[in-house]
Write a protein that binds this ligand. Sequence first.
Ligand SMILES: [Fe+2]
Length: 234
Amino acid sequence: MDAARPSTSFGHLALHYRDVTDGALAARLLRALGFVECYQMQRTDSGPFWHFILDAEAQGGADRIIYLMQMPAEIRAVYNAIAREVGGSSEVAQWRLAQAHDPELGFHAAVLVHSLEELEAMVMRVRALGENDAELHGRVRVTLNRARPGTPEVDARMDASPVFADITRYTYGRNGVQVFVETDLVAGGPLGDNWVFEFDYVFPGYVDHILSRPMPRRRQHRRHDGARTKDQLS
Ligand SMILES: [Fe+2]
């Protein structure tokens, strides 16, 4: 690898809310997720436009941006037609069932968080909004996958977690966790009413983790003896 070559980053993600009244609610949710609002612009031809960044460190830069704007009328018309024509079909019912079981099934975007404590705090904050907030109640669903068992220190941290301790869903890989925040305030999915943000945390120091190439099953089994894993870097 060329050490002098500048690294490529993720630039921006443009998200749509459907109705004007959903804009401020979607922006509230994005703030609760920990994204940093840089500015908001009123528009005469549609609802407001927001510029968020994933992390305060990205302030003034050109990457890690989330734009939030009202869905163009032409797209809204297509989603309305889809809902009208197939909204009540068995295929849509099956899709909703599958999505309810696995929020990662459809189109989604993932954010890598480098603090498990911040991720846990976000889960508690957003859960409370989805359960108790007058405006966001029923508009947001949080689903957690705790780290697959097998690394003693990771398992101990999971057991001590205020949000992961009681979770019985598990990540596919090891040494990391996943949090899914699903909302109908932002357009996504085949019906335009189901956007999913994924938040990942990877425990540092492991070659084998939730975002790495899956390790051969034979080696994974060998590491379930509680001994310090062979793939650990330090
Ligand atoms: Fe994913």
